[in-house]
Write a protein that binds this ligand. Sequence first.
Ligand SMILES: CSC[C@H]1O[C@H](OP(=O)(O)O)[C@H](O)[C@@H]1O
Length: 347
Amino acid sequence: MSIKPIQFKDDTLLMIDQRLLPTEEVWLEYRDYRSIAEAIKTMVVRGAPAIGVAAAYGAAFGAREIEAEDFAAFRPRFEKVCRVLAETRPTAVNLFWALERMTNFALAHQELSLPELRERLMAEAHEIAAEDERINRALGKNGAALIPNPARVLTHCNAGALATAGYGTALGVVRAAVEAGHELMVYADETRPFLQGARLTAWELMKDRIPVTLICDNMAGYLMSRGEIDCVIVGADRIAANGDTANKIGTYTVAVLAREHGIPFYVAAPISTIDLSLPDGSQIPIEERGPREVTHMGGRQLAPDSIGVRNPAFDVTPARLITAIITEHGVVRDNFTAGLKSLVEQG
Ligand SMILES: CSC[C@H]1O[C@H](OP(=O)(O)O)[C@H](O)[C@@H]1O
């Protein structure tokens, strides 16, 4: 049973602190939108779908903090809550998808009393969380059919249960393949600088007793050249209308290597990660994070003081390097523009 990194108990949001895994399993408690926004920004909670779920809960808690006579007075204050949450991280479109859904829900129910609206908004956040896990299981089943049996699967970053409300997207495909009886093992890229692969993917797969081997990011090409990788599967933070995909920094590098070696490269993501408003990936905002993630590891300084640092947290893999995009509504193999539009319109 895969972990649920976001839980709601006794009117409190509990989120596992993903900055401390794998050595410390610390659950933090949240009851206000500003602390939830800080948790997203500092990557206590991370992963596109999980960020969306956390933002939905942030909006619901924010609504509870608003004292207003009527909806007309409530609305601008609720929109401010959503703005604070929207300003946390720019790349994962799930964040904005969730906030838009919460805003539209409030507008559609503005005739309710404010106490009732507040409760219904919290219920909507619960629904978004519950839907996410159901979506991941459907996505996993759609993707499992693509995984060879046996298979050595390379992943990058963490698109697992820890990156969602449960089960995972890329790792949801891995879990579904295992549940379908596939014999497989996973090579997990460590994924510098935040080490989601080493710290999170390795940890959650070992908890689920799925064979996993950790590699440094610069080892993937060597293993591919020796025929030791059968397919690659990654998550996504934003997929443009033509299939260009933003994902964790280093994903593009893996995709180029996979193409060079004739290895299938799969992207697994829910429909809420598809952004049809962007015709291609050139306009996807790429988050730049602080230098300390690069210059320090575990509190130890790795580079000279005042060294110049770049730290883009994502890159964009062009659709031409992607074999298929796996969603809960089905798999798109080529002509991504038409295929993705059709999947999104299935609603
Ligand atoms: C299903 S998670 C999608 C995506 O989010 C991660 O980014 P971050 O850890 O910075 O939130 C990574 O790119 C995953 O592939």
